[in-house]
Design a binder for this molecule. Sequence first.
Ligand code: F6R
Length: 610
Amino acid sequence: MCGIVGKISLNPVNNLIIDGLKKLEYRGYDSVGMAIINSNNKLKTLKSAGKIKDFLIKYNSNKIEGNIGIGHTRWATHGIPSDLNAHPILDYNEKIAVVHNGIIENYLDIKNSLIEEGYLFQTDTDTECISNLISFYTRNGNSIMNSIKLTLDKIIGHAAVLVIDEESPDKIFGFKKGFAGSLLIGKKNKEISIASDFDTLKTNSDEYIVLEDYEYFYASKDKIEIFKQNKPRTKTWMKIKGDTEIVSKENYKYFMEKEIHEQSAVFLRNLQGRVDFNEKSIDFTDDFSKLKLEKIERIHLIGMGSSYYACMLGSYWLEKISKIPTQFSTSSEFRYRSPVIENNTLIIPVSQSGETADTLSASNLVKELNISQIAITNSINSELERITNNTIMMRANTEIAVASTKTFMATIEILFMLSIYFAKLKNVNIEKNIIFEELKIIPSYIDNILGNVSEISKLAKKYSINDNFLFLGRGQNLPIAMEGALKLKELSYIHAEGYPAGEMKHGPIALIDENMPVFNIVTEGQYFNKMISNIREIGSRNGKIIVLTNCPDKLDPSWYTDIISFDRTNDLLSPFLSTVCVQLFSMYTAISRKLDIDQPRNLAKSVTVE
Ligand code: F6R
């Protein structure tokens, strides 16, 4: 989703801004722009709909140069992706430029009152009310800093904002309100970098600070001052440590393909230091040593999209393995339904990006209620980590493809391990020998699937002509059916629904005919016979039956159309393997349909608006 970059340097900043924007590309966006104060202290802006490469082609012979500037990748909310609506958005005098992540809920009120004051609006964006509001306050005698503060006070909603102003040509201004993603300020020698994403910041900074809710600031090459409610804030600069991860596609054609193939390594990495196979025990002391969990009586998992389906699966495991009553909700519903959270409840917010607006707001609500929480995230230094103070890291390294794969795998693995951890805490007996033996073997079973993708790719090609799909599962296979349907619709734009198999005859069965392929997850264990009955109901109505199974020898080939099989494990652990199969099926379907695998249309990696 939208990304922000700001730069102050002794050298020209335009290429530095482009480099920063390229690092933000993976978040998903539809237009690009930058504004620079040039050596004559004039504000110059370039922007265009499309990708950075389109922007660079368009402005190949029209470069702007200066030592201070801001840049933006926009994911359209208010107004279509167009040159005009791309950020930076200028005030009506064209002296002030603004880049903005988030949504201003009262923008129409502000816009209408400014129109009455004689202001003109050129774009469809809510952001234009910020640039014009700042202009309005300065025109009425306020300093630029005070105007920024007044604007911050006036707007309702979520905003991470940078501003440059021709009247203050040596400074970048900015503010943060609510949860529209991070705003981080870094420095190295005399160079200042500002970014909405830690990975973008860290390549050019030695140390950094994080802007918090309601803080506003200015930065020049020699000084940075931060305020909240008119009072200066003192911040401790944090060192940026460690190597910068270099992310490439290696020998793969797509990032997603590479990320799917990384999953056994990610799985192993998440076991390290947490699982003791000799003792058959799991320990998260390094992840959340500060929390006392013995008294926990209930768990509530919250997340969005794939993270939500991971929560659903986590709830099945937590109840089944550790016997702790567990609920799961989308963060967007949880936060607004005035949730009743009983004493001794643990909340687990899940977000690979650590920046999903709904999950941040829900987690902040939990924090305000003083309820314990542990986040699961893949993003070091993310806003979610800061809110919860207790984090289990996914150890998946950077995920570039917009649709999540290896972070989903890491999340479900962590939730599985947490279930075993809580079972011990609650003195619940589990089949330790089987579970730990099989946990050890999962990475090689994942590699078995990945070493032989041709069957799945052939089937994906065969079914890629379809317009609709149903995915069915029961028990721990249901969340994977839902995730499979989500992946298919995201990547291939085929309409797909995930359903509990038992629910099928209560409505969806009306859709079944010879044009409706149904993808069924059938594993050996508790649900086997029930699934077979449901599948036979599809066959009786001429639906096309694809079976994803770990027990092909138990199935009668006369009643299914196609089959995908994977190694047999204890039923509880089969989601680790079925996940890989549904990911591959979706990716190869999208490849057959010649679609953009890494950046499907309309999607964003980091969803910073609610
Ligand atoms: C699906 C996908 C999205 C995300 C969702 C939440 O492939 O990637 O559905 O799972 O936007 O994102 P995070 O986990 O960053 O909160």
